[in-house]
Design a protein. Structure first.
Length: 231
């Protein structure tokens, strides 16, 4: 997630607005004072604290490095950060930022995840069978994304859920396990990936470890969530 994705301030569909408006194609770059390490074939090929982070619409969040920090790796000068350049993410085997192994892209220092206990009601059903109906929920507010309700498994018909082979990774919540619903008496109906949960949480989202959230496309979900901000 970057300033340019979702409803971020530099995205194509921002949640808010600038006054005066920013020119199209605005790029934001700034020093990123964290140690970034890259490993290829078991050898450290980048180890530097001289990093610039670049937010460009239509591009993943990017590190930019001094040319002397990247050795013989592929390198493209960054016009948004004179004296720095980009290294393709897949040109190394593993990236680390201050000891945390990264997946897919760098974490955004402006991304925030807030988990708040709430009494917003969540009702979920699949093929006419109710899986959840409770107001004992946690609402997760995540930068540039719509809020999402999570629920403790004690309020879920977990007997009807089966782990699927689907998995995904979030830089801010960790690895997600996906769950399919197997509904008895509904012609053997199995609805794939109706829910997900994060079992190994980062500190900022520890309060939803093992909790479930549900896909409103794959299940019938009624969630009392805030309206979108005025545009």
């Amino acid at each position: 997630m970057t300033l340019t994705a979702g409803h971020g301030p530099l995205s194509a569909d921002p949640a808010g607005w600038f006054t005066p408006a920013l020119p199209d194609g605005t790029v934001y770059a700034e020093p990123h004072p964290r140690r970034v390490v890259a490993v290829a074939a078991g050898r450290t090929v980048i180890d530097t604290e001289d990093v610039v982070m670049v937010h460009r619409r239509g591009h993943p969040l990017s590190y930019a490095f001094r040319p002397e920090a990247v050795g013989g790796l592929p390198y493209t000068p960054a016009p948004e950060a004179p004296g720095y350049g980009y290294v393709p993410w897949d040109s190394v085997d593993t990236w680390f930022e201050e000891g945390r192994e990264l997946v897919h892209y760098p974490p955004n220092p402006y991304h925030r995840v807030d988990c708040r206990p709430t009494d917003r009601r969540l009702r979920v059903s699949v093929a006419g069978t109710v899986l959840v109906d409770t107001a004992d929920t946690v609402v997760v507010f995540e930068t540039a994304l719509s809020p999402v309700l999570y629920v403790d498994p004690r309020h879920v018909r977990v007997d009807l859920l089966r782990p699927s082979n689907t998995a995904s990774y979030c830089n801010y919540k960790g690895w997600a396990t996906y769950w399919s619903a197997a509904i008895d008496g509904a012609d053997g109906a199995v609805v794939d990936d109706v829910a997900w949960s994060y079992d190994q949480q980062f500190d900022e989202t520890r309060s939803i470890a093992g909790f479930f959230s549900f896909d409103p496309v794959r299940a019938e979900v009624s969630a009392a969530l805030p309206f979108s901000a005025a545009r």
